[in-house]
Design a binder for this molecule. Sequence first.
Ligand code: 192
Length: 369
Amino acid sequence: KISTHLEVVTIEAKPFVYKWPIYTASDELKCAQEKGVNCTFSNETTGEVSHHCCFGYCIDMLNMLSEKVKFTFKLHLSADNAFGSFKRVGNSTRKEWTGMVGELVREEGVTSDLVVAPLTINPERAAVIDFSKPFKYQGLTILVKKPFTNTLWILVALSVHVVALVLYLLDRFSPFGRFKLAKNDDTEEDALNMSSAMWFAWGVLLNSGIGEASYTANLAAFLVLDRPDASISGIDDSRLRNPNENFRYATVKDSAVEMYFKRQVELSTMYRKMEKFNYKNADDAIKDVKKGVELQAFIWDSSRLEYEDAKDCDLVVAGELFGRSGLGVGLRKGSPWTHLISLAILELHEGGQMEKLDNKWILIESTEC
Ligand code: 192
């Protein structure tokens, strides 16, 4: 007889899984009221366990699956906070899996029966774990900073230029010598030339400072302005294909996106270029795209990036969807639950519950920008 109590692992991944910390009994109550589920996180190094309230699309789905398929569960967060990819062990063909996939592959240590998270179904993973039928179809997109902010910067730089020029002309030809900055013992002519030169130098300095800052920081969008009909055209964009020091793009380590670039031979140049910049988590990468200094483009699941685009006026999804994939529930290879969970997911699609989850968690109203 198989156990009907399952150990489930998830990961914080907006808009599918959110979490907030639980400290008191009243927090716990609040979590239950909001249809959240208690989830624990064990710190890998200290071994400390913290309690959280997990909620979102995947948690609602987990509750529905447990009802339909009739299992009970305990939920925890991925210890290394990764989705999961592999490393070869030494020179052998043996692979060591990280993240949530690792928890399904391993026989000892931290293990799980089920991954309920926006986990991408891909060939490498499907060789070592089971996947349910997809609960969502999506793909990859590219997040960049919105070009409008840059247009503004260019306008600022231009107006500084104009002001500097006006000041220069005023000073140069002013009959009143109002802007004289020279000492009294200089001749009239010297004074005029000197102050003119000073105003001119100021203008140049100001301009190059602002121009340089906005240019390097926002090269991505700058080029979009250059070529209005070529706004980052997706994976085939020349800025991604022909590495340029001023245009940095990245994804997250140990994710299916990293595996995608590793797998495709024709993307190997891009992979090498990204490898050194890849982030620990999506949140940090998105923050850096927003800042626009260290990262110009972030490649990630379309469901997350479209959500950021809708929510944040400074950010925009560029180009078309590529690397189409499905998100599925992950299970241990040969698990007796795979088929039952697939059936339940198909029923949830058919019954319109998946669509309801989309409307509730993913298709948020976009803020007017
Ligand atoms: N869904 O690794 C992802 C995965 C790709 C971005 C996270 O499964």
